[in-house]
Design a protein around this ligand. Sequence first.
Ligand code: SF4
Length: 223
Amino acid sequence: MTNQDKRMLSNVSKMPGHSISRSARLCHVGQKLRKIKGSTCEKCYALKGMYNMPNVKQAMERREVFFHSIDFVPRMVSVLKPLRKPEFRWFDSGDVDSVAMGHNILDVCEATPHLVHWIPSREYKIWGDVLRTRNLPANVTLRMSAHMIDDAPAKAWQNTSTVASHGGNITGHLCPAPTQEGKCGDCRACWDRKVSNVTYYQHWFPLIPCRHCRQGISFFIYP
Ligand code: SF4
């Protein structure tokens, strides 16, 4: 593992473990949703502010090369092997790019059984194709995100997430981060396959600028 590989991870203090991102500009579904009023990507945080700074863009470009490298799986496994905190999150911004990338990610998950992996995604088609040929590893929670605010959970997926507007329906587990200074605290619902749906509130985000849950709800929030 090179020092540059080590720098591919993010260490978000509000989350219990590490994560890795891709540029939100590369999201296939997300770039369509951004044009739709009321979608969970309409005001994507990952296209604003610091994400437009040259150093952040350059880091994203390096991650993109890493994700598409021919030896991505062994290199990523080497990066994850030393991690002590068990919770790992894929895509604190961005999403899976292709079926091949989905297989690579699951290969990494299988090779790191000491971790639990949370993969949030809006790429239903890509993951559907991946899972046609293999089972989801036991240490993975693939949580499919709703496309529209106040949408019902996506059908046909074991694990999902939704975004509720103020007064909107709460389905399943309500993310407690807004009442915990934007931190997960003891909550691990997003990594827990027994939690079928997690609802994130739309309206709290502008009040509590939590980088963690900005990611949890990446996909969505915006005053
Ligand atoms: S539901 Fe909220 S607090 Fe719980 S793990 Fe997910 S993001 Fe963290």
